[in-house]
Design a protein around this ligand. Structure first.
Ligand code: FAD
Length: 402
């Protein structure tokens, strides 16, 4: 049997292994997975549920180890020895491969600011991170937290800390409004009003100047660029990630301009035995940071490894699509809502009663084909419009929003 080695045991590696085994029947590939975390694969996109009281075990993604599959947790790959076709672990063990898939994900950005390494500062990517944040929130004397980044992850974290752990959250966002990648100013303003009513303090248009220490050397608060001081026991960084591509240097593999292992449309690096999928991959230089494209890459590579290279159905033109996962707050964005201009037609709908609602639909110049949308307060319209992105509207746009 040939040896398939997978580095990283996150969401896309889990999908890859399942797909290879389903297609291969365990006949061709002997699979070994190396994961540096102490847990097996889990549902990373559901991590915030841990702050809401869900148990670690409920986030687990099931995999059955057997003769054809070995999973080594707490094992970090430190080097790829391409001439020998071996991966060297941090403990110095050498593991041979016939095919190697890099699925090492991404690391959260920690701003290079005074105080960013103080006790009380947290990044948010792993189950261990969220458990550490949970413990700190439960014991925080002042019950105040600053969340750096007003994107999807920052807002989810703020809401969960406030509602479930009794912590007063402050969200700092350097861009002029919340969720700048997904929303326009009108939608962001309505969202901000709703979040403020839920006790979340918002500081858009301001960045951090410093993170300040108290007398005991732990975090006591932050100073913003407009000199505002916000007291806090915890500071949580949720402002972006960068691809985890550090093995490229050990193997002389190229990286994309904005990081990530550089791969072609088939997710293959210039070395035909090495592939990269998920957040660590940069397809023709383009990196992604969400699950749907990562699963698509996993399916593509599984097809090649099992001699069934028929490409999977193309990713939905609705990607990137985003739903803010807060109970009672229905905000969604699909396609690229910032791709506006002369080549598009924009339709906007605003209702103030009985509750604020807003929709922006972006159509082609003939106003027939839906290209992107922003929805606030339209929960039932989301699946309908998501399925229609890239297609002609079957009915007047307003009817589709009801
Ligand atoms: C809280 C949270 C909420 C999110 N919500 C959403 C959402 O709603 N929708 C969405 O689409 N996306 C969401 N994302 C992003 C999504 O989780 C990622 O896109 C997805 O997990 C990427 O999968 P991956 O397999 O590429 O990387 P990961 O899931 O990050 O897995 C990579 C794994 O590789 C391990 N690793 C790295 N280097 C090595 C090494 N050298 N040796 C061994 N192991 C290594 C890492 O420790 C990690 O366990 C969210 C992310 C977070 C943190």
């Amino acid at each position: 049997m040939k040896r398939l080695l997978v580095i990283g045991y996150g969401m896309t590696a889990h999908r890859l292994v399942a797909e290879v085994r389903a297609r291969d029947g365990g006949d061709r590939w002997q699979i070994t997975v190396l994961g540096e975390e102490r847990h097996g694969a889990y549902n990373r996109i559901g991590l915030t549920d841990r702050l809401r009281g869900v148990e670690d075990a409920d986030l687990k993604l099931e995999t059955q180890e057997d003769q054809g599959l070995r999973i080594l947790t707490r094992t970090r790959a430190a080097e790829i020895d391409r001439p020998a076709r071996q991966v060297v672990t941090a403990e110095g063990e050498r593991l041979p491969y016939d095919a190697l898939v890099l699925a090492t994900g991404a690391v959260p950005a920690r701003p290079p600011l005074p105080g960013a390494e103080l006790r009380g500062c947290y990044v948010y990517r792993t189950l261990d991170d969220v458990n550490a944040i949970r413990r700190a929130a439960e014991t925080a004397p002042g019950k105040r937290a600053v969340i750096v980044g007003g994107g999807l992850l920052g807002l989810e974290t703020a809401e969960a800390l406030g509602r479930h752990l009794g912590v007063r959250p402050h969200v700092v966002e350097a861009a002029p409004h919340l969720m700048p990648a997904q929303l326009d100013p009108t939608a962001a303003e309505l969202l901000a009003a709703g979040l403020s009513r839920r006790g979340i303090d918002l500081h858009p248009g301001r960045a951090l100047q410093s993170i300040d220490a108290g007398r005991d050397g732990t975090v006591s608060g932050v100073t913003l660029t407009d000199e505002t001081r916000v007291r806090a026991d915890l500071v949580i960084f949720t402002a972006g990630t960068r691809p985890r591509d550090d093995l490229a240097a050990t193997a002389d593999l190229p990286r994309g301009e904005r990081g990530g292992y550089l791969v072609d449309e088939d997710c293959r690096t210039p070395d035909p035995a090495i592939w990269a999928i998920g957040d660590c991959a940069a397809i023709n230089g383009r990196r992604t940071g969400t699950v749907a494209p990562g699963y698509h890459m996993a399916t593509t590579v599984a097809g090649h490894l099992t001699d069934n290279p028929t490409p999977p159905p193309p990713l939905s033109p609705a990607e990137p699509s985003t739903v803010l996962k807060l109970p009672g707050v229905d905000v969604a964005s699909m396609g690229n809502p910032h791709a506006t201009g002369e080549a598009t037609v924009e339709l906007t709908y605003t209702h103030t009663a009985p509750a604020p609602r807003y929709a922006k639909l972006i159509l082609d110049p003939e106003a027939n084909t839906l290209q992107a949308a922003i929805l606030l307060g339209h929960p039932t319209a989301y699946p309908r419009l998501h399925a229609l992105i890239g297609q002609e509207l079957p009915a007047p746009a307003e009817q589709l929003l009801t």
